[in-house]
Write a protein that binds this ligand. Sequence first.
Ligand code: PEP
Length: 254
Amino acid sequence: MRVPLIAGNWKMNTTLSEATELVNKMLRELDGVENVDKVLCPPFISLAAVGELIKGSSIKLGAQNVYFEEKGAYTGEISPLMLADLCEFVIIGHSERRQYFNETGEIVNRKIVAALKAGLKPILCVGERLEENEAGRTEKVVTEQLNSSLAGVNSINGLTIAYEPVWAIGTGKAATGKQANETIGLIRRTISKLYGERIAQDLRILYGGSVTANNATEFMQQPDIDGALVGGASLKADQFLSIVNQTSEISQIK
Ligand code: PEP
């Protein structure tokens, strides 16, 4: 039985005081929701403060990015060792990083390797662009991203994968539950080929892309979808709580 996971990716939003305010708005209710792992991924500068606020609760903390070196002359970067002190999860290979910061498959791979080595739990993002989807290349693109991201990785213990079709991120144009479930099924089969069926069955695979309180149930009802990576809706306490609550309810009957 896979426990579902809902992660809120706040992206480059919230000042320190806004981050504190957002956590305080949902802390108590979010803490009380069972049968689902809840992860908040604020900007780096708010990690420590959010970590203090959620200390002792069931809410977990994640970062949105990480560099692959442990330390040294890499001005402006944050290392896996620094994060391992502060948080449990880290998003790696988000399409915005691939698109705006030229993160290649090789860079994503180095980050995955470094994060796992430091004991962090990576949330690896994969997904096709609109033109790739329209050209019927989804399967090829996603499989290639998985193969390159996980090259040389012997154990994926601690890993979560998020399937995030690029055309659905921040556009309000979510995939359908059926579409997302199909591609997530393909991801699970690819992981099975790489690591064996037992590991593939234990792996959590999330959907991400315009998930809101209005469509969350459609995704969570799908057999292969184990939660969501939520962007925009995670900045609204009531929306995020509703997504988490819907996930919890469905996980009890799934
Ligand atoms: C994301 O940032 O990973 C994401 C899925 O964003 P949104 O929910 O806003 O589409």
